[in-house]
Design a protein around this ligand. Structure first.
Ligand code: DAH
Length: 339
């Protein structure tokens, strides 16, 4: 019996196969129910009792050897199965479609880079905020309607935890920890409880700018705005400021730019006025500086805030806000190659 086992062992060790089919034939020959190894097992009952242990071990070893050998052959032949004769190896590979940058990110990056050229640094803050950073520090009266549930998503009441409704909250966060000069822009996502339509969404994006130093004046603000408008929309762009109101700035203004679709002649986009509104701005209210620990007798500042979607509409004429967040690849692909 032991000789038989050793003979089989040598035979199995020397096995070779070139294709998976050959390996399968070997498997059947040695390991199937009627294969040579299994037949050996049948002889086992005739082995004298005192040899059973040694022979049993040898048979088991043989079985393991055969299984391992056949598995190794199988692995070695599996990859050789591909028939390369019909393949054209000179053909170019299937094209990998390039991803595109999201239009809002393109616009945001452009805004950022314009302000960086003026020496502004980027500051970011949390989207989940408290009342102090979003409202109280920014001079919102206790009964200001923007605090209302109609506008603001509250996560918890007393103490209030809410989704920021504007990126002006980042102004506070920076001023609380930094003494002037401060020159920052704050890009980010904001949330308001609006019914979703072509013209409104429950979240959108803003970029806020803040400059605080000694002797910052309205003239600095105007020049910054003009520079921004011309860099963003072209050197022919005109700007116009209209008096407005924001709790955190005094005086406050809204800026219009000459309509870049009709060149100021009047079209349906600018409602035939030749102007389109793009941002809010003003001189930082002294109450805000003081609330954030900056002495308003020494320092002054200006701030401005704009919606990124609005600028993207002007640049790319996207007239349905919902497209920005639907991830429709046909829409996103329109921006392939833009940078
Ligand atoms: N926070 C304002 C808004 O969400 C935008 C804004 C207006 C920001 C005037 C400013 C500003 O910094 O001076 O509508």
């Amino acid at each position: 019996m032991i000789e038989k086992i050793n003979a089989l062992k040598a035979e199995i060790e020397a096995l070779e196969a070139a294709t998976p089919q050959e390996v399968e034939a070997l498997r059947i020959k040695y390991l199937s129910k009627k294969g040579s190894v299994s037949l050996l097992m049948n002889d086992f009952r005739n082995v004298p009792a005192d040899q059973k242990r040694a022979v049993g071990m040898a048979v088991n070893e043989l079985k393991t050897l055969a299984t391992e050998k056949i598995n190794a052959l199988k692995e070695a032949t599996e990859n050789t199965e591909t028939d390369l004769s019909g393949l054209d190896l000179t053909r170019s590979a299937a094209p990998l479609p390039m991803g595109t940058r999201h239009p809002l990110m393109l616009v945001r990056q452009e805004i950022n880079s314009i302000f960086r050229r003026l020496g502004f640094n980027i500051a970011e803050g949390p989207e989940i905020e408290d009342d102090w950073h979003v409202f109280s520090s920014l001079n919102f009266a206790a009964d200001h309607p923007a605090r209302d549930m109609q506008d603001t998503f509250f996560i918890r009441r007393n103490p209030d935890v809410l989704l920021r409704t504007h990126t002006s909250s980042v102004q506070t966060r920076v001023m609380e920890h930094t003494q002037p000069p401060i020159r920052i822009i704050c890009p980010g996502r904001v949330f308001r409880n609006e019914a979703i339509s072509a013209r409104a969404h429950c979240f959108f994006h803003q970029v806020e700018a803040l400059y605080v130093d000694k002797n910052v004046s309205f003239a600095d603000l105007k020049q910054t705005l003009l520079y921004f408008a011309r860099e963003m929309f072209g050197p022919e762009t005109k700007i116009r400021l209209r008096p407005s109101y924001f709790p955190f700035t005094e005086p406050s203004a809204e800026m219009d730019i000459s309509c870049n679709l009709c060149g100021g002649k009047g079209c349906s986009f600018c409602k035939h006025t030749g102007w389109v509104e793009i941002l809010g701005c003003g001189m930082v209210d002294p109450n805000v500086l003081d609330a954030c620990g900056i002495d308003s007798k020494i320092y002054s500042g200006f701030a401005l805030g704009m919606g990124v979607e609005r600028i993207a509409n002007l640049k790319y004429r996207v007239n349905d806000l919902r497209l920005f967040s639907e991830n429709d690849r046909r829409f996103l692909r329109e921006f392939a190659g833009a940078h």
